[in-house]
Design a protein around this ligand. Structure first.
Ligand SMILES: Cc1cc2nc3c(=O)[nH]c(=O)nc-3n(C[C@H](O)[C@H](O)[C@H](O)COP(=O)(O)OP(=O)(O)OC[C@H]3O[C@@H](n4cnc5c(N)ncnc54)[C@H](O)[C@@H]3O)c2cc1C
Length: 604
């Protein structure tokens, strides 16, 4: 990423919707360099040695084990992968950060959560918003695991409405310290953290403020904890309430400026979201892997169940979602890494470069969080089904994987909030002129009133029809969202069901496009024959995306358009979601399942 042309052509956050992306311009998991591959292998080896064999122990609420594994991860440098070397981190790029997050998270949600909370929301607010002194004091300790971090935003009365917290910070008379009082809830890592990022309100400020609060068992300074929460899953992740009773901290421990806390909280969550998406990937791979092995072994009706179409279908769908999830995560990760590097080259500080780049790709971060948290849920659910009764037993890995997966739809902003954020941020970007939605939306509106071409395009080249379909699906989004914005203006946010439908369209487009582009790139360089199953997975995912987009767009159009306008839009929708050559989905699934079962593992 060095020439000016490359910089100019680079896809900016949110632009995937209005610009065509060439497959050679996206980064794929097959593009990892030697250093990244080594990092991935060492994390995998660590998980296979330290976490997977203790999977059952993690179900016994063994919080000490989580702390022990976190300490071992720290010794190998995994906690500071993305932290600059000057703060005792490894100073690696964002793709490496994502790799570690991905592969360390697959064996148990307890470690996924502890790791994510520490390296993400527990460390990043200081790294990104702290002043030099704060960074020097805290980041090296966090990056090396000498101290663990936690993030205290949620309160009993302030969940999704995070800026409404009641925790107070009162300045002392001499102006040298703040006293923090309040109750925080659902705090991951609370049981073993030494640094808490705490959000509190000063006087009657509109926005909350961020503070760094140290915890020392010997001198608790007004900090007490609730019992460990009794949770559905992630049993060895410490989750407690944290109470602050006139906890005194020096004024120097304010993060950034007074009233900047909500911004810090939200920006830390942008990064948290994409990392959470990555953290679902290895869980999907491992669950699929275990399911394939079980299906090959388990014999019913004198036949391994893997030979039954019903099971093949499940295995194929599980693998396709994981494969597409990888494509989308690493595509976005590299876009973010490149933008960070460009900003660094332009002379921006590390913190500013990262902040701006995560903010720029906040739409993609929300998309990935929603898509991957729902994919891992489906994957683990089908994993249980493949195991039959044994899937319901705590003696098999499916049961805990299913319970652990459930939290991903709730934290780091619920999926409802993230869906609405994704569309809301896109509309805002359009209004600010960062993404031109209006021009393309007007073109689509013109196309709707024009006479459609009767010519049959030549779709003989690999993915030519699929790429044309992605282009048409983008038109669906522009048609629905463009008309909705025109109709409702700023009141659009009151129409949540419409926003949710638009978000689903947006999500499916990004995910399906990523799957197609990854596969096209690999087919071009490794030969299409070597990518037979990957081609099938990309086509299978797109097929479902088209179906879902059809349903959601119809729902949206009917909700706000009627008469001729409705008829015209529905006709447009039919045209934009029509395959010239219907893919044979059953055959695609069979191709994928054959490969999985013959290799007896998740092999993509
Ligand atoms: C295991 C676990 C670990 C956690 N770790 C942390 C942590 O380390 N630090 C931290 O600060 N927090 C943490 N959380 C809190 C988590 O981020 C919140 O639970 C989450 O943000 C949702 O808030 P809530 O639970 O209050 O739900 P609510 O906000 O009450 O939401 C309930 C439902 O209403 C929906 N809803 C809410 N508002 C709207 C709206 N405007 N429009 C449409 N629908 C809406 C939600 O989507 C959801 O379906 C954790 C939670 C859990 C369960």
């Amino acid at each position: 990423m060095s020439t000016d042309t490359e910089k100019k052509d680079m896809l900016r956050g949110g632009q995937f919707l209005v610009k065509e992306t060439k497959s050679e311009d996206i980064f794929t998991p097959e593009d990892l360099n030697e250093e990244q591959k080594m990092m991935k292998d060492s994390v995998k080896e660590f998980v296979d040695r330290e976490i997977w064999p203790k999977k059952e122990e993690f179900e016994k609420k063994n919080y000490a084990l989580t702390e022990e594994v976190m300490n071992k991860a720290a010794e190998l440098g995994f906690l500071g992968v993305g932290v600059p070397e000057e703060y005792d981190g490894l100073g690696m790029g964002f793709v490496s950060t994502m790799l570690v997050c991905d592969y360390i998270s697959g064996a148990t949600g307890s470690i996924a959560t502890a790791f994510g909370a520490h390296t993400g929301i527990g460390t990043l607010p200081i790294l990104l918003y702290g002043n030099e002194e704060q960074k020097k004091k805290y980041v090296p300790k966090l990056a090396t695991g000498e101290w663990f971090g936690a993030y205290c935003l949620t309160e009993p009365g302030a969940g999704s409405d995070a800026n409404s917290g009641k925790t107070k910070a009162v300045l002392s008379e001499d102006g040298r310290s703040y006293k923090i009082s309040g109750q925080k809830m659902w705090i991951s890592n609370a049981g073993f953290a030494s640094v808490f990022i705490v959000f509190a309100r000063i006087e009657d400020d509109k926005n909350i403020t961020g503070f760094i609060v140290e915890y020392d068992k010997e001198n608790p300074n007004g900090i007490t904890f609730g019992e460990e929460e009794k949770k559905l899953g992630i049993h060895s992740s410490s989750t407690r309430q944290v109470f602050f009773d006139e906890t005194e901290i020096p004024v120097e421990n304010m993060l950034s400026e007074r009233g900047n806390g909500f911004k810090i909280a939200m920006n830390a969550l942008n990064v948290g979201r994409i990392k959470l998406a990555a953290a679902t990937l290895d869980a999907q791979r491992r669950v699929t892997d275990v399911a394939v092995k079980y299906a090959n072994d388990r014999v019913q009706f004198k036949t391994p169940i893997a030979k039954f179409g019903a099971i093949k279908s499940k295995l194929a769908e599980m693998a396709a979602s994981a494969y597409v999830g990888e494509a989308a995560n690493y595509r976005a990760a590299k876009n973010i890494e490149d933008r960070i590097n460009i900003r660094l080259e332009e002379g921006k500080s590390h913190a500013e470069a990262e902040l701006k780049s995560f903010e720029e790709y906040a739409i993609e971060c929300s998309i990935l969080k929603v898509a991957c948290s729902e994919d891992v849920q489906n994957c683990t659910d089908e994993g249980i089904q493949i195991f039959g009764g044994m899937g319901f037993s705590a003696d098999t890995p499916m049961e805990s994987a299913w319970r652990d997966a459930r939290i991903a739809r709730i934290y780091e902003g619920t999926n409802e909030i993230n869906r609405m954020l994704a569309v809301g941020m896109l509309v805002k970007k359009a209004m600010k002129g960062h993404v031109d939605l209006l021009g393309p939306a007007t073109k689509v509106a013109d196309e709707l009133t024009g006479i459609p071409s009767m010519e049959k395009p030549d779709y003989s080249e690999l993915f030519s029809e699929e790429k044309a379909m992605i282009g048409k699906l983008k038109k669906v989004f522009l048609m629905v969202a463009g008309s909705a914005v025109q109709k409702f203006g700023p009141d659009l946010e009151e129409h949540q069901q419409l926003l949710l439908a638009a978000a689903d369209i947006l999500i499916e487009i990004y995910m399906a496009e990523s799957g197609i582009l990854r596969t096209e790139k690999n087919a071009k360089r490794f030969g299409a024959e070597s990518q037979k199953e990957q081609i099938a997975m990309a086509k299978l995912y797109l097929y479902h995306a088209v179906d879902l987009i059809n349903t959601k767009a119809k729902e949206g159009i009917i909700s706000f358009a009627d008469g001729d306008e409705q008829r015209m839009m529905l006709m447009g929708l039919k045209r934009f979601t029509k395959y010239q050559n219907q893919p044979n989905i059953i055959e695609l699934r069979n191709v994928i399942a054959e490969k999985l079962t013959s290799e007896n593992k998740y092999c993509f």
